[in-house]
Design a protein. Structure first.
Length: 347
């Protein structure tokens, strides 16, 4: 019965996408190309992180219920897996996010809780990004995590590229908090993550820009870009997010100019969206010589995103169509996810 609900939901989303037409995100013109994850083992790609050592390679992983506990390196030029890292000694319970820190380590977050916050502890796994892309098995370092205000569902983890501090965004339909981990994670005892800000989004992933000046948070239907100053987020604007089957992941390209958006499903597509104007990281804007106040909107959404608000842009026929399309997608996917939740509770 669950399969029937998911199939119906997928049909709703695809139908909505057909109606919206150009309401989807525009692919970066001169930047990276979209690619399809070809590995048949990867059917629920739930996190995405651009490699720091291997050009054009992205790390991803499945969601829950898959053994062995694998992390995959995918070549964006071919969509093929070029290395599989098996994490020995552990089983992933609900693995939702991946990020790479300034220490060169890959952080994998087993932080999901589909029961709405019933698990008192969740985990983060860490291992060095391999210098050579080859299949291997290793034992990661495991960190136990709790939240200062109690258990919760979460799918977003981001490691700051300068400080190495780890952040988690809670997942709730009405928005949730941004949680900051200790200055350094420890394997001795519990790492308590403190709530430091509110995120007005049903968040499914988050990522810092390579220079650490921007925090991108995505949801099923939209996203928000934040300015990151003194360890705190300040909202800039909505993000333009592509229409996808079940939008689950986001990461910056190494040059900081583009966001790569991923989704679950067999042969899932990863799509680039080029940033401009205030959405660009500070170092990119400085290189371009125009600062962050250029007013470009190439990376802004055309309609109301998940948790987004009207930015006061001029109304036009194209924007009106995009807004209607976004609403259709939101209603369709919202109905689908609601049905999934209902049947999951009855099962």
């Amino acid at each position: 019965m669950r399969m029937g609900v998911c199939a119906a939901g997928a049909a709703l989303v695809l139908a909505a996408g057909a109606v919206t037409g150009t309401a989807g995100a525009a692919v970066a013109a001169d930047g990276p190309e979209p690619f399809t994850i070809e590995d048949p083992r990867i059917v629920e790609s739930s996190g995405l992180a651009a490699s720091r050592l291997h050009e054009g390679v992205y790390w991803t992983h499945n969601d829950s219920g898959y053994t062995p506990f694998n992390v995959y390196a995918v070549d964006s030029r071919t969509g093929r897996t070029v290395a599989t890292v098996t994490l020995s000694g552990f089983e992933g319970r609900d693995v939702e996010a991946i990020s790479i820190g300034p220490d060169g380590n890959v952080y994998v977050a087993d932080i999901g809780d589909n029961l709405g916050g019933t698990w008192p502890e969740v985990w983060i796994f860490r291992f060095p990004e391999p210098e050579k892309l080859a299949d291997q098995t290793l034992t990661p370092t495991r960190f136990t995590v709790r939240y200062s205000d109690g258990p919760r569902d979460a799918e977003s983890l981001a490691v700051h590229p300068k400080t190495g501090r780890v952040y988690i965004v809670g997942k709730h339909e009405d928005g949730d908090g941004l949680y900051r981990g200790p200055e350094k994670l420890t394997t001795e005892g519990v790492n308590t993550f403190e709530r430091i800000a509110e995120i007005d989004l049903w968040a499914t992933d988050a990522a810092f820009s390579p220079d650490g000046s921007r925090l991108a948070v995505r949801g099923y239907f939209g996203g928000i870009m934040y300015d990151w100053q003194d360890g705190r987020p300040e909202r800039i604007d909505r993000l333009q997010v592509p229409i996808q089957r079940q939008g689950e992941s986001v990461t910056f390209t190494p040059d900081g100019r583009t966001l790569m958006f991923g989704t679950e499903g067999e042969r899932s597509e990863v799509r680039p969206v080029e940033l401009s104007g205030d959405l660009l990281p500070e170092d990119v804007a400085e290189k371009d010589g125009n600062g962050n106040g250029s007013g470009g909107d190439g990376g802004k959404a055309d309609g109301r995103g998940d948790g987004g608000q009207d930015s006061g842009a001029e109304d036009s026929a194209g924007q009106g169509s995009a807004l209607k399309g976004a609403v259709i997608v939101a209603v369709a996917v919202g109905a689908w996810l609601g049905l999934r939740k209902l049947f999951r509770r009855r099962a």
